[in-house]
Design a protein. Structure first.
Length: 228
């Protein structure tokens, strides 16, 4: 009988935010997988909560940071094949991913291919980074009738959404942080934007306003934009 793929969200960084369900399944699955294997951020989070997983095999999935659709398609195919080989042997696989697997998660592409191959899978919810960021700031994200929008900051689709009412969460700003900061400043939103970098990780930094940040930021940066 084939194994089951578990796409497991390990949360944003703090190992204490790993859910009990995630911990149980990571312990029970004989094989782990993660982009970059043991060197991945997701593995390093999990191992702090469950030190014994260092004894388990961990597939190192090569998933390059690129927007080239052909490169991405091929990398997802190869990663899915790695996982499928283990599932064929009857072993379950815990695929570790940052935050929650349903929010801008690379693991979903692998899961979709595994599903297309006919294998069983389950998604395991994790604490989203923007929820942890709001908690770190001690702020509510939304209330009453105010909407909440989650946007990929470095993509053009995010810009028109900044004029919409409600709170905007900007994720994945990456190397475009300076451009995102400039745009928000031009729109008069700098003083209404909070930034959390490396939430729950070493080097966590909280900025109540965007004007307090520099023009560069790491990959793990969340911007919370509120109405002026």
């Amino acid at each position: 009988m084939a194994g089951i793929l578990y796409s497991i969200g390990v949360g944003p960084g703090d190992p204490e935010l790993l859910t009990r369900k995630a911990e149980r399944l990571i312990r029970s699955c004989p094989v782990l997988a993660a982009p970059g294997g043991r060197d991945s951020t997701s593995f390093r989070i999990a191992v702090q909560a469950i030190p014994e997983i260092t004894e388990k095999p961990c597939l190192s999935l090569r998933l390059p940071m690129t927007r080239d659709p052909q490169v991405l398609k091929e990398s997802h195919r190869l990663a899915a094949e790695q996982v499928a080989e283990v599932l064929k042997s009857g072993q379950d696989v815990a695929l570790l991913t940052l935050g929650d697997p349903s929010i801008y998660s690379t693991c979903i592409y692998i899961q979709n291919q595994i599903q297309a191959m006919g294998f069983s899978y389950q998604m395991v919810a994790g604490v989203p980074s923007f929820c942890a960021a709001a908690a770190a700031l001690g702020e509510s994200l939304t209330e009453a009738d105010k909407p909440l929008r989650i946007l990929p900051a470095s993509y053009p689709c995010a810009e028109p959404e900044l004029d919409a009412p409600g709170v905007k969460i900007l994720m994945k700003s990456g190397k475009q942080f300076a451009n995102v900061k400039r745009l928000l400043t031009e729109k008069g939103l700098s003083e209404h934007t909070s930034v959390v970098q490396n939430c729950g990780m070493p080097g966590e930094a909280l900025y109540p306003t965007l004007s307090q940040t520099g023009d560069t930021a790491g990959y793990f940066s969340i911007l919370i934009v509120k109405d002026p």
